[in-house]
Ligand binder design. Sequence first.
Ligand code: S3P
Length: 199
Amino acid sequence: MLPTEEAGAPQPARLTRPVVLIGFMGAGKTKVGRIAAQYIGCDFVDTDHIVERSAGKSIPQLFAEIGEERFRHLETEAIEHALNTHGGIIALGGGAATREENWQLLRRSGAMTIYLQASPRTILARVADKGTRPLLAGLDRQQMLEKITSLLEQREPWYLRADITLPTDNSLDKYGMADTLVARLKEAGISAAESHRTS
Ligand code: S3P
């Protein structure tokens, strides 16, 4: 079962159109998305976190126990749940945008999609020491760079389907990236809609 809002809890502020961040692991989807949501005053959710909360297990545990294919089904459920219940900024896991069924959900929801683009070396610098990505587990830095390069090559055509591509290699930090994201959303006419908070 997927997590639901607590009864009586304040409803999060919605955006005039949901915003979905896509891109490779380490592109900054979660960090930048969370900060941008704070700046705008809207809700933020990460589909990896929805999957982890509903399964009661971490992503590496899920990959080890049920395998990637079944993880991808849980991920699709989480995307659907996020689009139905969160009207703010939604970050997808790095592989989510490489599945047609997920793009159908995104299109149906009317979400604006933003690709946070980063080069393999930038990605390596951001993920190498974390050890939380099962697809890169057990690899040394050189092997990781090779895997990132080839996966990114396969995935980029999918990522480039996004409405907007935001290059992040030259961004100073997550706050600067969040500023840029908020500015692009403003240009696109996206802002916090009237909220119906209960408190
Ligand atoms: C994955 C990216 C991860 C997570 C899982 C698989 C991928 O999310 O969904 O480890 O296939 O690229 P992040 O992009 O948030 O690291």
